[in-house]
Write a new protein. Structure first.
Length: 229
């Protein structure tokens, strides 16, 4: 067994932060309160681009328990520093809950954009297909995020197909895939190149947050680079 697997088995370091669907006091989808994502103290809405006016929600799953072992950040996952973030239990009960919540939110707001997954990843082919069904059912729904699945994996192939089908509405970038344009890579592994990649402008201080940036979904012809967390 590799040292990283002993140090970091396929679970969160914070089991008390797990929440089953039955334990949830509010929804599985949370209005974003993170000032790196949207302006604090206001309804978090996208300020520019195709999804301007869409309300931003987040979904947080359990890191490592839902992730591929080949994730580049298995060991130093930023969830290791997020002791208090509630990790929603994944599986059929989550999917049933999302079914209800997405219907309600899409009927309430002009548009809804969900940041998948603050922690965790797509854990099954069926789960990816669920997102495809929701995107099919609700024209005012979009998602963005990053996956540690490889494009060649079974789950990665379905992510790729869903991306091709729904375009910007399913802006899921492959993490640490230097050969693929719609990816998100670490600056440890790649340097920015004009016309090919850019460093996240929130990290460089050029924009306040994702709501005022939109590049992760709008810059479809460039890789995004993140400075090592
Ligand atoms: S590039 Fe823009 S949208 Fe993407 S994470 Fe950074 S601030 Fe957010």
């Amino acid at each position: 067994m590799r040292k990283a697997d002993i140090n970091k088995p396929a679970v969160t370091m914070y089991p008390n932060a797990r929440r089953s669907i039955a334990e949830l006091k509010t929804g599985a989808l949370k209005l974003s309160k993170n000032n790196k994502i949207a302006d604090k103290g206001k309804l978090p809405v996208v300020k520019k681009g195709k999804f301007k006016g869409y309300v931003i929600f987040t979904l947080t799953l359990e890191e490592r328990a839902t992730c591929p072992r080949e994730c580049y950040h298995w060991d130093d996952c930023y969830g290791n520093n997020m002791a208090f973030a509630h990790r929603i239990e994944h599986g059929p009960a989550l999917e049933a809950k999302l079914d209800e919540e997405i219907a309600e939110l899409c009927a309430t707001y002009k548009g809804v954009i969900i940041r998948l997954h603050v922690l965790g990843d797509f854990y099954s082919v069926d789960y990816v297909n669920r997102w495809a069904w929701w995107l099919n059912d609700y024209d005012n729904l979009a998602v963005w995020g990053y996956t540690g699945r490889t494009r060649e994996s079974e789950i990665g192939k379905i992510i790729d197909i869903t991306r091709q089908r729904y375009g910007e509405r399913f802006s899921v970038r492959f993490s640490n895939n230097l050969d693929y344009i719609f990816s998100a890579n670490s600056t440890e592994r790649a340097k920015p190149k004009a016309g090919k990649s850019f460093v996240c402008p929130e990290q460089t201080g050029d924009v306040a947050n994702c709501a005022n940036c939109a590049l992760c979904w709008a810059a479809t012809d460039r890789q995004v680079l993140f400075m090592t967390h």
